[in-house]
Design a protein around this ligand. Structure first.
Ligand SMILES: N[C@@H](CCC(=O)N[C@@H](CSC=O)C(=O)NCC(=O)O)C(=O)O
Length: 284
């Protein structure tokens, strides 16, 4: 069983918001993560788990302190876990040079380029090591797990669901980077982590992956703010994902939210809807 170190624990809404650290073999450094345990989980009852994946620049703290998820998660009896967004402190040249590459920007891929491939393995870290550690250490129901996320993390939630049919029973996203092969953030991260052969990028692009999805029926919820600067800069391209879902007969609802931007103010406004969406699929 993975050894966890408790970093902090705060009682909230009858449950506890905790932060742990552990030594990751997949990414080769100490990683922190958050876990919210409702009162029932603290008493030992097994509950479904929803994993949140954060966006560029985030640590485990952004979601914990800004998303306002704990009240509704307590009511719906959902454990929420949220990993960090990249390995940290590795002293790889260039890892801290920009907000959208390296630290805080693992992009949920397994790097293949020489400089990054040893440690930048966030896809395997999250889908294998992190989720196993969660099920080994907390009272979860392993076959009742969902995933959601924001921006880079929305991209992570979509690709992990599409690449692993049946792994997640529920999925949703806030302002996901929906077609990274065709946006500046995707070009920078895929180019850096995967190299210049764009064929290899397809394995991590939700708008490509959905076209060959072959698994249990999905019910994807996506919220997008209409006043999101990154939408205007063509970083997100949700319309491309919706188009691809339609072509592939994969049910996806995109809700445009008038006047909302890309921030956690937007996320907090619709967090309850998303958690209810997950609970509907996980509690039956
Ligand atoms: N101007 C910001 C850009 C970074 C940013 O907006 N990050 C978002 C996610 S964007 C896509 O993945 C975020 O969640 N930020 C953290 C927060 O608490 O708002 C910058 O340079 O930092």
């Amino acid at each position: 069983m993975s050894k966890l170190t408790l970093v902090s624990s705060n009682k909230t809404f009858g449950g506890e918001q905790r932060v742990y650290s552990h030594e990751s073999s997949e990414v080769g450094c100490t990683m922190k993560f958050g876990v919210f345990l409702p009162a029932e989980a603290l008493a030992g009852t097994k509950l479904p788990v929803v994993m949140w994946l954060s966006g560029l620049t985030c640590t485990e703290q952004n979601f914990i302190s800004k998303a306002g998820a704990q009240r509704v998660a307590a009511e719906l009896k959902l454990i929420i876990v949220n990993p960090d967004t990249s390995p940290r402190g590795l002293n790889i040249e260039g890892e801290d040079d920009s907000y959208d590459f390296g630290s805080g920007a693992g992009f949920y891929v397994d790097a293949t380029t020489n400089k990054w491939k040893k440690n930048y393995r966030m896809y395997s870290y999250v889908t294998k090591e992190f989720l196993s550690l969660v099920h080994d250490n907390f009272p979860t129901i392993p076959d009742k797990q969902g995933v959601f996320g924001h921006s880079m993390g929305g991209h992570g939630a979509l690709i992990m669901t599409l690449k692993n049919p049946g792994m997640f029973s529920s999925v949703s996203a806030f302002a996901p980077i929906s077609h990274p092969m065709e946006c500046p953030w995707g070009h920078k991260c895929f180019g850096g982590y995967l190299g210049e052969d764009k064929d290899t990028w397809k394995a991590y692009d939700a708008s490509v992956l959905v076209k060959t999805y072959d698994g249990p029926p999905l019910d994807i919820l996506v919220d997008q703010g209409s006043a999101d600067n990154f939408l205007k800069e063509n970083q997100l391209l949700p319309e491309k994902f919706i188009e691809a879902c339609k072509e592939s007969n994969v049910p996806c609802v995109l809700r445009m939210k008038e006047g909302y931007d890309h921030s956690y103010y937007f996320i907090a406004s619709f967090m309850e809807d998303h958690l209810r969406h997950h609970a509907k699929h996980l509690h039956h």
